[in-house]
Design a binder for this molecule. Structure first.
Ligand SMILES: Nc1ncnc2c1ncn2[C@@H]1O[C@H](COP(=O)(O)OP(=O)(O)OP(=O)(O)O)[C@@H](O)[C@H]1O
Ligand SMILES: [Mg+2]
Length: 349
């Protein structure tokens, strides 16, 4: 079973999509079967991998609407080990349309249940909000990469994101880890950038990736050619940075992947008439789109409609509205002293 990694930060333009596309491509370049799921209605991640979101017949929107199994939306990319679940502008309405759905935060988690057996890594590009799309991504993920742009106010709003992660852990996905905080668009010539980098390290300690992604024009140009930077200019600084990031993620994931491979039971026999069983395929070449997933669902891990987020404010019903000051197992990671910085706004929940 592959590792699912969300790339999230509700702040716009910090490098989420660039990181999703190039991390996914770099993982694929190391022959790890990788699926990128584009959860942003802007669909920049889809076009950045050479798939025109205006022409895809079905997208993650239909998956979230519950009308199409995720497997049927998978597109192959120019890279042999990299597949994509594209986005579509329709996704912009999905949060409203899902509002009355039971267990609406868990739709993606259920949808990728079978597909993740076919990949080593699933990378999810989140939109710049903490709404239902990001909640679905965090609920479906084993870990989250948080890109932080090396600029003024880099840490602004991170308290909100960390609070959301905490709430997701408590009610929906207790195993969600922080994979790492990634410094992006770093310009070593600017003293400000080095100051921000050391501030981020002071707050997040060893949760900051050793890899720093430098500001690099090739990274910015590559999406207009529908390519990850690795295919656009393999010797560029950007390509090297994202390969280094992929190696770090792989190193961090060795245990996860081997434990899950070991725990992977042989596929249960399919119910009669529902087609062939899936084979687990770690380290195998990507397959053509697998057969539709049986529609059985696991028992819910949280009360229905436990958590919702809207417009950057985390809204929780009263029965789960607990004090964020309450200690939890991850408190040291989630409440770094620096995040009481006045520029970081904790929203009431
Ligand atoms: N390392 C880099 N060097 C140069 N430009 C970069 C780099 N990383 C990202 N960019 C550029 O910065 C802009 C924002 O990046 P990106 O779209 O990845 O951010 P985002 O967080 O996904 O944005 P949004 O919040 O709108 O989804 C893009 O134009 C992208 O090409
Ligand atoms: Mg984006």
């Amino acid at each position: 079973m592959g590792k699912v990694i969300a790339v999230a930060n509700q702040k716009g333009g910090v490098g989420k999509t660039t990181t999703s596309v190039n991390l996914a491509a770099s993982l694929a370049a190391t022959e790890h079967c990788t699926l990128m799921i584009d959860m942003d209605p802007q669909a920049n991640g889809s076009s950045g991998l050479g798939i025109d979101p205006r022409t895809v017949p079905i997208s993650v929107y239909e998956v979230l609407a519950g009308v199409t199994p995720l497997e049927e939306t998978i597109q192959h990319t120019a890279m042999p080990f990299l597949d994509l679940v594209p986005s579509h502008i329709n996704l912009v309405g999905a949060e409203i349309e899902m509002i009355d759905m039971p267990e609406r935060e868990q739709v993606l988690k259920k949808a990728i249940k079978m597909a993740r057996h076919h990949y080593d890594f699933v990378v999810i590009d989140c939109p710049p909000s903490l709404g239902l799309l990001t909640l679905n991504a965090l609920t479906a993920s084993d870990s989250v990469v948080i890109p932080v742009q090396a600029e003024y106010f880099a840490l602004e709003g991170l308290g909100q994101l960390l609070n959301t992660i905490k709430i997701v852990r408590r009610h929906l996905n207790p195993d969600l880890e922080i994979e790492g905080v990634l410094m992006t668009m770093y310009d070593p010539r600017l003293r400000l950038a080095t100051q921000v980098a050391s501030e981020v390290r002071r707050y997040f300690g060893d949760k900051v990736f050793n890899t720093i992604v430098h500001r690099n024009v090739r990274v910015a140009e590559a999406p207009s050619f529908g390519k990850p930077v690795l295919l656009y200019d393999v010797v560029s600084t950007g390509a090297k940075n994202y390969m280094a990031l992929a190696r770090e993620v792989i190193r961090n994931s060795v245990r996860f992947l081997s434990e899950n491979a070991a725990a992977e039971a042989p596929p249960a026999p399919e119910p009669a008439g529902s087609g062939n069983g899936h084979t687990t395929a770690l380290h195998a070449a990507p397959k053509s789109a697998p057969q539709p997933t049986p529609q059985s669902s696991p028992p819910p891990t949280a009360p229905p409609d436990a958590v919702s987020a809207e417009a950057g404010h985390v809204l929780v019903p009263s029965r789960v509205n607990e004090s964020l000051a309450e200690p939890d197992n991850h408190a040291n990671m989630l409440d770094p002293p620096g995040l009481t910085d006045p520029r970081t706004h904790y929203e009431p929940v």
